[in-house]
Design a binder for this molecule. Structure first.
Ligand code: KG4
Ligand code: ZN
Length: 355
């Protein structure tokens, strides 16, 4: 029995979890800051690090209490050290170092993207055994900061087959949501807005980029902006009052077919993600395909991926798609088994890559 305390503070969730033997979730505590950042229309880095400082102590305590685990039962402490917001990462890494030092247990630095991969290998159905791991595995990591197709030959062996050359998929969702005035975070808002819309109403571009497994979403984002602008050309007053400004915004919004734009945009993103993943799965003849990261919570993506592929497709439960510490603990388990622990010089890295 090996219990790992894991900490994740790379962006706007303060999270801690206790994971046993790499697959059992004894606790998984996430304090989300989304309500605080919503008023800025995105994550405000300085506010994020301050909130992490306020929350980290309680979140770690809660994770231990929920897991009915004492400090002296911990085999190691794992922490995300990058990629992410430097100030946010620092809070988690310093907390983890303090715990490792005071308990005299190993410290394990984990790459946030490697963590996302492992969100698929936790025992979320309480079967009492680890989920089957079938190598080689292909994983599509789609989050607010990343869009990567990763070939995993075995634990720790990652080959990046392709990645975005501009915006990440989640970033495109967030930016388009802002254009459509749907709020933050954009992914869930667009999914909701698209429900009553026609996904073929607008022919948005799908960047192929030849036979490569790279992605590009900036052209799509611009195409959505152009369409939206067509509907926002209501007559402008020279010196509108606040009241008039509000009325104008409402008039513009009423004219815009928001549901159709959202549905057509969502379909364009999903089409590209699915077709590239399918092509890579066939080329490398992988045993299974996994989705990970915030955008993998998207229902259209999950459904289309499962129907398009002729091999097993794993998707994490919704609560493990977005940032959490359970996935960090799962990734840390095999590193601990392999003796790959970190030194006290573990430092935060904003732009760390998986491979
Ligand atoms: O993995 P994550 O929590 O944080 C990062 O590491 O970036 O991903 C957050 C991203 C945001 O861009 C958010 O808009 C997107 O995931 N997202 C979604 C959905 N839920 C969250 N995108 C599309 N559909 C969703 N249902
Ligand atoms: Zn993430």
């Amino acid at each position: 029995m090996s219990k790992i305390l894991a900490i994740e503070t790379s962006c706007d969730e303060t999270a801690a979890a206790v994971i046993e033997d790499g697959y059992q979730i004894l606790s998984n505590v996430v304090a989300s800051q989304i309500d605080i950042h919503r008023r800025y229309g995105g994550v405000f880095p300085e506010v994020a690090s301050r909130q992490h400082i306020l929350a980290i102590g309680t979140v770690v305590q809660d994770a231990l209490i929920e897991a009915r685990t004492g400090w002296n039962e911990l085999a190691a402490v794992a922490v995300t050290y990058g990629p992410g917001l430097v100030g946010s990462l620092l809070v988690g890494v310093n907390a983890a170092k303090g715990i490792a030092l005071s308990q005299n247990i190993p410290l394990i630095g984990i790459n946030h993207l490697e963590g996302h991969l492992y969100s698929n290998w936790l025992d979320t159905d309480n079967r009492g055994q680890p989920p089957a791991q079938r190598f080689p595995t292909l994983c599509l990591i789609v989050s607010g900061g990343h869009t990567e197709l990763v070939l995993i030959r075995h634990h720790g062996s990652y080959e990046i087959l392709g990645r975005t050359i501009d915006d990440a998929a989640g970033e495109a969702f967030d930016k388009v949501a802002r254009v459509l005035d749907l709020g933050f975070p954009g992914g869930p808002a667009i999914q909701e807005a698209a429900k009553g819309g026609n996904p073929t109403a607008f022919k948005f571009p799908r960047a192929k980029l030849g036979d490569s497994f790279d992605f590009s979403f900036s052209g799509l984002k611009t195409a959505v902006l152009r369409v939206a602008q067509k509907y926002t050309k209501v007559e402008k007053l020279r010196r509108p009052t606040r009241e008039q400004k509000l009325q104008q915004k409402q008039a513009e919004y009423r004219q815009m077919p928001v549901a159709d734009i959202a549905a057509s945009f969502q379909m364009a993103v999903v089409d590209v993600l699915v077709s590239k993943t399918k092509a890579a799965a066939e080329k490398y003849n992988v045993a299974e395909v996994m989705l990970a990261g915030g955008v993998s919570a998207n229902m259209l993506l999950r459904n289309k991926m499962m129907t398009a592929l002729d091999r097993p497709v794993l998707v994490p439960p919704l609560y493990l798609c977005t940032d959490n510490a359970a996935m960090i603990g799962a990734a840390a388990h095999w590193r601990l088994q392999a003796g790959q622990t970190s030194g006290w010089d573990l430092d935060v890295v904003a732009n760390l890559r998986l491979a």
